[in-house]
Design a protein around this ligand. Structure first.
Ligand code: PMP
Ligand code: GLN
Length: 386
């Protein structure tokens, strides 16, 4: 047989799938892959039922149904004061994943450079490389993951086509602050490039910190693609409804990729999400309050057990260094060890680096029922403190 595409063939199965399979095999509590164990609001499920029954269940418009595109524009205005024309600036996608793919395919020419921040969400690099980009990595360092400005400036060149960033950030739980965003925006403009800003965790921020979309910074409206996900905003990760906001010219370029990728997204899901954005704001703004309490509980308990826990200000995720517990293997070894021996599965953070040389951190996903987190803590206590 002739070989398959060499870029994709060079990657294994995504770590999220691997860890979840391992958790199922060993019947553990799975804090590896990031997903909540409670669904979002019933009202949007009711709307999904209604939309399915009422129909039409035929291809919706390529860019998304008007009511969802209007809801995304109104959401941008309510939360961030964005003036968005839904007809020319909003597009619905099949998850944030497809928004990322379509944006990358629309902008990257083979040989272009793309700047990313490590550690990073696992689909970024394969997607960029498959599109022909040369990827330039800028590493954020634990525990505070502050932006290394000189390194970032040095990562840009004549050939830079775009920067792909994620705030609030998976897996670090970092929220880029205004100063950092200003610095990034300055470089993007100086080098006449684009920014893809993955903001799927925009509503999952703690401690009263505000999210600032990169697209709202001076000079960035024409160059930035803002990406969101109903999966995260409504705790419905299987729904795979995403949306992007970009200037008309950019949006129409991305639509060219979208039309040949998936063309459109299920209309019943779009109606349910539109209903949610318009009418379930209390639900999704309260979610961060609940998550913050879970974060506090888990951070305290893991610290008591002896982990060195990194602060996290957002998302579903908390990272910890297990070396103070006396385990001297890699993070992959540790994850296997606690899966098999303690009945708890976590994620090796090295999987979220292109070069897996940072291999002593594990990621805990804490968007779980309190009783589940309690059980995790008990299992780890019994295992490490016995
Ligand atoms: N970006 C980040 C940073 C994520 O953590 C995720 C996780 N699921 C996605 C994108 C994908 O979102 P979706 O499920 O809407 O495709
Ligand atoms: N975003 C989730 C995480 O980081 C998982 C997404 C997936 O399973 N593809 O864990």
């Amino acid at each position: 047989m002739k070989p398959a595409n060499s870029v994709l063939a060079s990657f294994g199965t995504t770590v999220f799938e691997v860890m979840t399979r391992l958790a199922i095999e060993h019947q553990t509590i799975n804090l590896g892959q990031g997903f909540p164990d409670e669904d979002g609001p019933d009202n949007i499920k009711d709307m999904l039922d209604r939309a399915t029954r009422e129909g039409p269940n035929q291809y919706p418009p390529m860019l998304g149904i008007p009511e969802l595109r209007q809801a995304v524009a109104a959401h941008g205005k309510r939360f961030y004061g964005m003036e968005v024309d839904w007809q020319t600036q909003v597009m619905v996608t099949s998850g944030a994943t497809e928004a990322l793919a379509a944006s990358i395919l629309a902008l990257i020419e083979p040989g272009d450079e793309a700047v990313v921040f490590e550690p990073l969400y696992d689909c970024y690099v394969p997607m960029l490389r498959r599109a022909g980009a040369e990827v330039k990595f800028v590493r954020l360092q634990p525990p505070n993951w502050t932006l290394p400005r000189d390194e970032l400036a040095a990562a840009f060149s004549e050939r830079t086509k775009l920067v792909l960033m994620n705030t609030p950030m998976n897996p670090t739980g970092k929220v880029f602050d205004r100063d950092e965003l200003d610095f990034i925006a300055g470089l993007v403009q100086q080098h006449d490039t684009y920014a893809i800003c993955d903001e799927v965790y925009e509503h999952l921020i703690f401690d009263g910190v505000q999210h600032t979309p990169l697209i709202t910074l001076p000079g960035m409206a024409e160059r930035t693609i803002k990406i969101g996900s109903a999966g995260k905003t409504f705790s419905m990760t299987s729904w795979k409804v995403g949306y992007l906001t970009a200037a008309p010219e950019l949006q129409s370029r991305i639509a060219k990729a979208h039309q040949f990728l998936v063309f459109t997204t299920p209309s019943n899901l779009q109606r349910a999400v539109a209903h949610g954005l318009d009418h379930e704001q209390d639900w999704y703004t309260n979610l961060s309050v609940e998550l913050q309490a879970k974060r506090d509980m888990l951070q305290f308990a893991l610290t008591e057990i002896g982990f060195d826990v990194m602060p996290t200000g957002a998302t579903y995720f908390m990272n910890a260094d297990y070396r103070p517990l006396g385990f001297d293997g890699t993070d992959v070894d540790f994850c296997r060890h606690v899966t098999v021996e303690a009945g708890v599965t976590v994620l090796p953070v090295s999987a979220l680096y292109a070069t897996p040389d940072v291999d002593h951190l594990v990621r805990f996903c804490f968007c779980k029922k309190d009783a589940v987190l309690q059980a995790v803590v008990e299992r780890l206590q019994n295992f490490f403190q016995a």
